[in-house]
Ligand binder design. Structure first.
Ligand code: ADP
Ligand code: MG
Length: 274
């Protein structure tokens, strides 16, 4: 009987999560279990609440109702009449377990690539410099950028900067990585290298939630795809179910818009070639 509850509980469990901004309810009761090594892609129209949901999972945003558990432990904004925030030290402890990568990479411009990756290791985790540097170089190697360790962010392409941001998040050894449209700010030719790094993380068993408009990536890498519509998970299932076998009119419309837009750009490209 050596089964620890750690392996049984989902890494993240959301129950009835509700979030308002003022009088606007943006998350309207979300239930979701994210298991170890699972990759979940979150898709949905602009304004449907994808970023807010992800930020809640990272405890960067308080939620108003419901519960979010990390490995079985209830955290964050406690429900019920005695609402209170988990203590700051507890919250910091949790945040360490959750790595987050944003659309904007937000690297420190005055620090080297390695400096960016090890900053939190030194400042937050209090690792000695030599240990932090060794770990930082390992993480840069993981994203194929160890040769850029001494470069500055401005000397890198957007795709390379985002890979540094991924290395920075990985350096904290999170249990789960959350990505919020990690390739949306990139020129099209730089998207592939970032998706490639994410694919290899998934193959290594990293638990991930990815908000993305890259449907090819979702179809290929996700274990499950969740379609968020007006603050609710309207449909959740295998890529096969979501992309080829769904009977949900709003999802069908969303996917059709996506295909139309891509076809539009494809036409433009062909026009240019002619
Ligand atoms: P998505 O990421 O799917 O585009 P968001 O989570 O960013 O959606 O936003 C969901 C809704 O919440 C939108 O109507 C947005 O305008 C609103 N919203 C997001 N952040 C804030 C905020 N800090 N203050 C007020 N309203 C917000
Ligand atoms: Mg968003």
């Amino acid at each position: 009987m050596h089964t620890s509850t750690k392996n049984v509980d989902p890494i993240l469990k959301l129950r009835g999560v509700v979030k308002h901004f003022g009088s606007l309810q943006v998350i309207k009761g979300v239930d979701l279990d994210i298991h170890h090594s699972e990759v979940i892609c979150l898709i949905g129209p602009s304004g449907s609440g994808k970023s807010t949901l992800l930020r809640s999972m990272a405890f960067l945003e308080h939620y108003d109702e419901g519960e979010i558990y990390i490995e079985g432990q209830l955290l964050g904004w406690q429900p019920g009449p005695l609402r209170r925030l988990t203590s700051r030290s507890q919250l910091n402890q949790v945040r360490r377990n959750v790595g987050m990568v944003f659309q904007q990479f937000n690297l420190w411009p005055h620090m080297s690539v390695l400096g960016n990756v090890i900053e939190a290791l030194v400042q937050v985790r209090k690792l000695p410099q030599t240990e932090a540097r060794a770990k930082g170089l390992t993480m840069l190697d993981r994203v194929g950028l160890v040769h850029k360790a001494d470069a500055y962010p401005a000397q890198l392409s957007g795709g390379q900067q985002q890979r540094v941001a991924i290395a920075r998040a990985l350096a904290m050894e999170p249990k789960i990585m959350l990505f919020d449209e990690p390739t949306s700010a990139l020129d099209p030719e730089l998207v592939g290298e970032v998706l490639q790094v994410m694919k290899s993380l998934a193959a290594d068993g990293m638990t991930m939630v990815v908000v993305t408009h890259e449907m090819g990536f979702a179809a290929q890498v996700a274990d499950r795809v969740a379609f968020l519509d007006q603050g609710k998970i309207a449909v959740c299932g295998s890529p096969e179910k979501i992309f080829h076998n769904n009977e949900h009119p709003r999802l069908q419309q969303f996917l059709q818009n996506y295909l139309d837009r891509n076809a539009f750009w494809q036409d433009k490209k062909e026009e240019q070639i002619i």
